[in-house]
Write a protein that binds this ligand. Structure first.
Ligand code: PHE
Length: 342
């Protein structure tokens, strides 16, 4: 029986080599590989053998079968291509799915916000992530040694000014770019600034050392609190739907006066109170206020002539809320299990 198997193998491979077209192939398939083919017949007869022989020959037969099927498929492919008018393509099969990447959820929301603000006439500005102490703090009305510096745990970079003070920081917010854009473009000015920020946090599910903000600044004659409120209302409706309400509560930020926190009605429970909004009905999402005169001055703008509004959204926080991500560390983890599901 062993010989018989070897003979079938040799004969099969020989015939296959000579095959010219798909008809030849079909004949070969029928004669050797089909259910009534020679190979099946031999395999069928194995059942009459002793246990030991059955095992040995069964294995051989299986190996040969696999080998023959593989070479058959190979040849079929080659002939299929050559045999022009009988190309072996089953057009009814679904196409091969091409895996495409997708954008990070933070990028998706950033682009949504950029679209909204450019449609309102804002430009998109950019600034360095490694920032000078001056722009990150001093120009924003947070002088050296002022206790307000403690509001943000900062990564100081080991580079000193001539007077020995530390000069560079990983920017703790996107607000330094407010002053940079004022200096660059002057007033009137409408700009948004998306970007990555860093804080020396003890990380946990809600705190991360690297995160994204979306800053905005608008400077013109007679900009007032009503302008700020209506603008933030537009953003809220765009982000969370037309029924979204805004409330603004006082909060101290040295670079705005008056300063406040903008809160939107929770998009999940629509203000009724749920787990996401910690039963308050409101989501705290944006820091905002009217630009402090000292900051306008630092940007080379005369506060007697112009006033401005500014706001800073937590972009990472927005993405967490919108996509129901409950651990902020997932965004930077590089964990494919996380990245592929959103
Ligand atoms: N820069 C502030 C922060 O990071 C947010 C903010 C921006 C507040 C603009 C007021 C105005 O917390």
């Amino acid at each position: 029986m062993k010989n018989r198997l070897q003979a079938i193998r040799a004969e099969f491979l020989d015939k296959l080599k000579q095959a010219q077209n798909l008809d030849n192939l079909r004949e070969i398939e029928l004669k050797y590989l089909s259910r009534k083919g020679e190979l099946s017949e031999v395999m069928h007869n194995l059942k009459d053998l002793s246990l030991e022989l059955k095992k040995e020959l069964g294995e051989l037969a299986n190996n040969i079968k696999k080998e023959l099927e593989n070479s058959f498929e190979e040849t079929k492919k080659i002939i299929g291509i050559k045999d022009d008018n009988k190309v072996f393509v089953d057009i009814t099969l679904p196409g091969e799915k091409v895996d495409r990447g997708h954008l990070n959820p933070i990028t998706v929301i950033q682009r949504e916000m950029e679209d909204l603000f450019t449609s309102l006439g804002f430009i998109i500005a950019d600034g360095p992530e490694l920032e000078s102490d001056y722009f990150n703090f001093t120009a924003l009305n947070i002088p050296p040694l002022h206790p307000a510096r403690d509001m943000q745990d900062t990564f100081y970079v080991d580079s000193k000014n001539s007077d020995g003070t530390l000069d560079l920081v990983m920017r703790t917010h996107t607000s330094p770019v407010q002053v940079r854009t004022m200096k660059k473009f002057g007033a009137p000015l409408k700009a948004v600034i998306p970007g990555r920020c860093f804080r020396n946090e003890a990380t946990d599910a809600r705190h991360e050392h690297t995160f994204y903000q979306f800053e905005g600044i608008m400077i013109d004659k007679n900009i007032n609190f009503a302008n700020l409120k209506s603008l933030l209302e537009i953003v809220g409706k765009k982000l969370f739907g037309p029924n979204t309400k805004l409330r603004m509560r006082p909060k101290f930020y040295p670079f705005v006066e008056p300063g406040n926190n903008g809160e939107y009605t929770c998009f999940l429970c629509e203000g009724k109170g749920c787990r996401v909004c910690k039963n308050t009905g409101w989501l705290e999402i944006v820091g905002a206020g009217l630009v402090h005169p000292d900051v306008l001055r630092a940007g080379g703008i005369d506060p007697e002539q112009y006033s401005g509004l500014a706001f800073g959204f937590g972009l990472t926080r927005l993405a967490m809320l919108k996509y129901g991500v409950n651990d902020v560390r997932a965004f930077n983890s590089g964990d494919l299990k996380f990245l592929e599901q959103i």
